[in-house]
Design a protein around this ligand. Structure first.
Ligand SMILES: Nc1nc2c(ncn2[C@@H]2O[C@H](COP(=O)(O)OP(=O)(O)OP(=O)(O)O)[C@@H](O)[C@H]2O)c(=O)[nH]1
Ligand SMILES: [Zn+2]
Length: 346
């Protein structure tokens, strides 16, 4: 039997309801649970649905976690997101790939061992900030560490505003310690390196013995692709978004997020005498001054610079791609106009 969920269980909230116009009140709100090449799976108050996207909308524009309106077989339109996680698509260099929508909390998972890496944590926190998602750091394998509190202190030092939890992902009671973020209607996602315990934790939260069984996606072209369902109900309430893309997050256009995570350096940089200060040897550089008198850790500064370089590079590639798209669009319009004009002449 398929479990049924109310709209509130699924995370429906007034900011989605407000987006509906009068006619749309008759449509069925649903939440996207899996995205395939030519259709999507969704959960509604009436149960699971398999939907075709509106013509002209590629499923690449739809993310797991999205809210949409449908008529039971067709997706009518997507609702504006509260938050969205995206990354640079692997290989292509420019395109941005949506990973998940309407995530409330990103569990940034690392372990109380050599996996712990402040630079990586900062990267994930920046990403969460710029996506509009609250981040929580989970330190797994606390049961194996001689001094877990020391790891907690190191994690807290990365960003004082972010909650840090020490956990044993293999313990049956782990879900209880995360219950604050897994209430009814709340959506969480897991990010972190391989081996830190994401699968173990996902299974503990959802009560599944193993990753969800693959289902067959009959593609319109008759090809078959095997895909999992990626919006998984958490046992005590709430949802876990577990997609392969979640596991390979990279930074895109996260400038605001970086400024938030590194707000100490950001404040220093704004206090430099010159607005375009490169913080190298310029007179009146507040960043160099803080470095000299020990207020600023050189490692932290190096990580800030590296993240900013990476973000600038990614944003530039995206901007170039958009410019190319616009130029191409202009060319197409000119050709069409020309053709119409000639047709009008004859
Ligand atoms: N003792 C202990 N073992 C853990 C903990 N978390 C994970 N493990 C073990 O670490 C190993 C890796 O855990 P996984 O859940 O597969 O890690 P993952 O992050 O999903 O790794 P990928 O699937 O490669 O991304 C497994 O053998 C787990 O049992 C923990 O908190 N305590
Ligand atoms: Zn400076």
């Amino acid at each position: 039997m398929t479990p049924s969920f109310t709209l509130a269980d699924l995370g429906w909230a007034s900011d989605f309801l407000r987006q509906l116009d009068l006619q749309e009140l008759a449509a069925t709100p649903c939440r996207i649970a899996a995205v395939h090449r030519s259709r999507v799976e969704a959960l509604s108050a009436a149960g699971p649905l398999s939907l075709t996207p509106p013509s002209g909308v590629s499923t690449g524009e739809i993310a797991v976690g999205d809210w949409a309106l449908c008529d039971g077989t067709r997706l009518l339109r997507l609702l504006d997101r509260r938050s969205s996680l995206s990354r640079r698509a692997a290989g292509t260099g420019a395109a941005r790939q949506l990973i998940a929508a309407n995530v409330d909390t990103l569990f940034v998972v690392t372990s109380c061992n050599a996996d712990f890496n402040p630079a990586r944590l900062e990267r994930y926190l920046a990403l969460a900030h710029s996506a509009g998602v609250e981040a929580v750091i989970l330190l797994t394998k606390a049961d194996l560490a001689p001094d877990p509190e020391a790891w907690r202190a190191r994690a807290e030092a990365v960003d004082r505003r972010v909650a840090v939890q020490l956990i044993d992902a293999t313990a049956p009671e782990v879900a209880v310690s995360l219950a604050d973020w897994c209430r009814k209607g709340q959506t969480v996602a897991l990010a972190g390196s391989s081996g830190v315990g994401k699968t173990t934790l996902a299974n503990a939260l959802t009560g599944a013995a193993e990753a969800t069984a693959p289902i067959r996606d009959d593609d319109a072209k008759g090809r078959h692709t095997t895909t999992g369902r990626h919006l998984r109900p958490i046992t005590g309430g709430g949802w876990l978004i577990d997609t392969p893309g979640m596991r390979e997050l990279r930074l895109t256009d996260a400038k605001d997020g970086i400024a938030t995570v590194f707000d100490d350096i950001d404040a220093l940089a704004r206090a430099c005498r010159f607005a375009n200060c490169l913080h190298l040897q310029e007179p009146g550089c507040a960043v160099q001054a803080a470095l000299t008198d020990g207020r600023l850790d050189p490692g932290r500064l190096a990580r800030w610079e590296k993240l900013r370089r990476e973000d600038r590079h990614n944003s530039a590639t995206l901007a170039e791609a958009h410019a190319r798209d616009r130029a191409f669009g202009r060319m197409v319009r000119e050709v069409l106009r020309d053709k119409n004009r000639r047709r009008g002449d004859s």
